[in-house]
Each structure stands twice: as C-alpha cells, then as structure tokens.
Design a protein around this ligand. Sequence first.
Ligand SMILES: C[S@@+](CC[C@H](N)C(=O)[O-])C[C@H]1O[C@@H](n2cnc3c(N)ncnc32)[C@H](O)[C@@H]1O
Length: 307
Amino acid sequence: MSEQHIPVMLKQCIDMLDIHPTKTYVDATFGRGGHSKAILEQLTTGQLIVIDQDLAAIEAAQMLQAQYPNLIIVHDNYSNLKNILNDLNIECVAGILVDCGVSSVQLDEGERGFSYRFDAHLDMRMNQTQKLSAYEVVNTYTPSQLLHILYTYGEEKHAKMIVRGIMKAREIKPIETTFQLVDTIKASLPNKILKQVGHPAKQTFQAIRIEVNQELKHLEVFLTQATSSLCSQGTLVTLTFHSLEDRLVKQHFKTLATPPKTNKRLPSLDYSLDYSLKTSKAVIADEMELETNPRSKSAKLRAIQKL
Ligand SMILES: C[S@@+](CC[C@H](N)C(=O)[O-])C[C@H]1O[C@@H](n2cnc3c(N)ncnc32)[C@H](O)[C@@H]1O
C-alpha cells in the first residue's frame, strides 16, 4: 500500500505561518509530515513540536528525527495541547498548524477500517489505543443516536432507511466488517438511489469516523487552547474538510477578532482586541491543486494572529 499523502495548500499554509527560523512551531496533525517537513526546512535553531494520535504517524515522525534534531514528537490528542506545552516548559509558540481529519494513508491502510473500498474489521480509530471503535457505534448505538450521527456528521439524506437497515441486520447478527456494513447500506436503499453518483456508503462511513474519533469535540477544545498558546504575533492556521469543522473555526475566530456589538444609543467603549483575522474569508485550493489532489476539493484554510 502506498504511503502517499499530498499536503493540502502547502505553500499557502507556510506563507501564512510566516516562519521565523529561530522560533518554536507546532504541527498538531503530523500525518506523514508533508507540512512539517516544509516548516523544518525553514528552521535553524527553532523547534517544531509535532503531534499525532496515530502510532503509525508517530513512527513516520521518528524516521525524520535523525535528519532534524530540532523535532519534538508527541503521541497525543491535539486537544491536550496546553498540557503538552506545559510538560515541555513552553509558554507560547510562534505558530500552529492543524490539518483536520484523516490522512490519505489512513484511508489506504485497508486494515484500519476507514474505507468502504477495503474489507476489514469495523475499526476507524485514529488512535489505536482508544476503546471506542466503529464496531461499537454500529452495533450498540440506539437508532436515534445513529440517526443523529448520520444526519449531522454525514449529511446523509437517506439516514432513516440506512439506520432501519442496520437495526434489521443487527437483530440477526452483529455487523463486524466494513463490507458487511456496505452490504447492509446497499440492501437498505432502493435501486433508484443506488444508481446515483457516488458510493452509497460514503456519507455513512464519514459520519461513523467522526463519531468514533470525536473529531468535532476535540477540534473545539483545541481551538481554545491553540489560540491561547500563541505568543504575540503568532499565527494559528487551520485546514478543515467538513462544513461543521469550518463552522467551529469560523465562529471561534470571529468571537476572538471582532468587537462585541454595542447598543448604538450608549456611549461607545474603547475596545481593544487581542487577535486579528489573517483570512477575511476561507482560502480554497487553486485550480491546479484541485486537479492534482482530490483531497483539496473540500479544503478550507483560515488563519488568525495574536496581536
Ligand atoms: C490530514 S492528516 C495530516 C496530514 C499532514 N498535514 C501531512 O501533510 O502529512 C491528519 C492527521 O492528524 C491526525 N489527527 C486527527 N485528529 C487528531 C487529534 N484530535 N489529535 C491528534 N492527531 C489527530 C490523524 O491521525 C492524521 O494522521
């Protein structure tokens, strides 16, 4: 299986971070290090702290350490950023990058159970040491929990039919593998829907993955910790791939970088803000990247700077 993950909007991310060679940066989602390597190339005495909750990503990071001794590797969830920096005695950093979601490598590692293209145990855990896996979500969640997940995280229009199908299959025996789940989804939907473009299991798999890894909950905690961990003039750059992720980022940044609305009839108060937006609207990939890297299609880049 290939170990390929093409970093999304690499140049835009690096430009936005405006790297200073002697300062400290964080790549909160190392993956296969596409963004990290570009940051490391610009550092002299500066340091890069890389985080990933996936042990395979951590192994890939360790392979880089001989070449880049200023690389600090942490196996953890990025929602623990404050503790991670505390443990390293670092008060603030000059820049942080987060590239949300799964990597192409995780999707292509069939045995991880992320993809409907490969038959595997229903797993989908980014962190192999966590307990909750897709198996528990699919086989133990109530119909209303499953409906909520499919509607909100998957934006699956046919959620009711799919959940009904899952419940029916579960009555006979547990759904154990990705292909059993794909077959269950296909059996739940009429031919008319199955003939539509796109794989019928795509949205359901995305929804279950987001639930298994609690992706939105961790991102929300991370955003607060990351913005408060920036030194003055430090920048946080985010890459999101789902409308719910982008909404969390947009709202968080807006709260920090816009003055509160005041009553026009009252005298205006002097209000000084601690942050400023570096992107007034989300940046998207250019045409050349859209053609060469399918993962860039849904990507949105936003950045905020601490003043
Ligand atoms: C999209 S990939 C990052 C790719 C990377 N920028 C590159 O160029 O190779 C996302 C990575 O972040 C990790 N990840 C996702 N959510 C995480 C979280 N809450 N905490 C720590 N790592 C996370 C995943 O395991 C995955 O390896």
